[in-house]
Ligand binder design. Structure first.
Ligand code: XBP
Ligand code: MG
Length: 251
């Protein structure tokens, strides 16, 4: 029985990382007079760490041995992250970032069929709200029964905690739900919570290890622009992910 679909946000609902989060971090660094700049390639390495605050600390530790941390470094990171969120949500409101192929279509179909929708992400709640509002629909936030986001659990993906939290809020068992992810950290979290998971890869994640995925796809597909299946379960198969396909894969 399929009752709910639980979506990761960044990289899954939309390609927000390279042209959304990354320039927002850079704008915050500039605002604070720091000589930090994350290009698209470095950002790919930094994505190994989920969570914006955690990512900034990882950057300093791993790539900036020359930087002398001030005594109030934790406060600085928190202030930078607040500024970054402001830049990111403003960018979304100014034209936004489109949803990935098939995402809006599948959300609409699931909603019309009475399925429950949820989000499980490491990003900040304001960012989820801005994306759903500007890229899905004015009332997009209300389409989702549960939005599990950010610091609501201390251990971010790949820890399963955010999915466990979402399942508890939904009052559902893992086998009543499917998760949608785009990254290795993401699928480690969803599988860790016992969820069958559909992966849609992107430029940053296509070479990640998705062992255990229910299916690995180029995207969810649209009529006239089908997905390509990338995992050995059905390599090369093309199609469109709708509820009938999901029910077939879920068995
Ligand atoms: C996304 C992340 C986040 C964003 C930045 O993970 O790792 O850290 O890059 O967001 P997911 P914040 O795909 O699981 O959503 O700066 O708000 O943390
Ligand atoms: Mg993601």
């Amino acid at each position: 029985m399929l009752n709910a679909l639980i979506f990761d946000v960044d990289g899954t609902l939309a390609d927000t990382e390279r042209d959304g989060h990354r320039p927002a971090f850079n704008a915050a660094f500039k605002e604070f007079g720091l000589d930090w700049h994350w290009d698209a390639s470095l950002y790919g390495q930094l994505l190994a760490v989920t969570g914006g605050k955690e990512r900034m600390k990882y950057y300093v530790d791993r790539f900036r041995p020359d930087y002398a941390k001030p005594g109030d470094f934790e406060e600085l990171v928190a202030a930078l992250h607040k500024a970054k969120t402001r830049h990111y949500t403003r960018m979304l409101s100014e034209g936004g970032i489109p949803l990935r192929p098939g995402v809006g279509r599948l959300l609409r179909e699931a909603r019309a069929a009475g399925l429950t929708l949820a989000v499980a992400t490491t990003t900040t709640p304001e960012n989820v709200t801005a994306l759903l509002r500007h890229s899905l629909a004015e009332d997009g936030v209300e389409w989702f029964s549960v939005i599990a986001a950010g610091d609501i659990v201390p251990a971010k993906k790949p820890a399963p905690d955010i999915y466990v939290w979402a399942l508890r809020e939904l009052g559902l068992e893992p086998d009543q739900c499917l998760a949608f992810e785009d990254s290795e950290n993401g699928i480690r979290a969803s599988l860790g919570a016992g969820l069958r998971t559909v992966v849609t890869v992107n430029d940053y994640t296509h070479d990640h290890d998705f062992t255990g995925a229910m299916a690995v796809l180029s995207d969810l597909g649209e009529p006239g622009a089908p997905y390509t299946r990338l995992d050995s379960g059905g390599e090369g198969e093309r199609g469109i992910v709708d509820l009938a396909v999901l029910r077939r894969w879920a068995g």
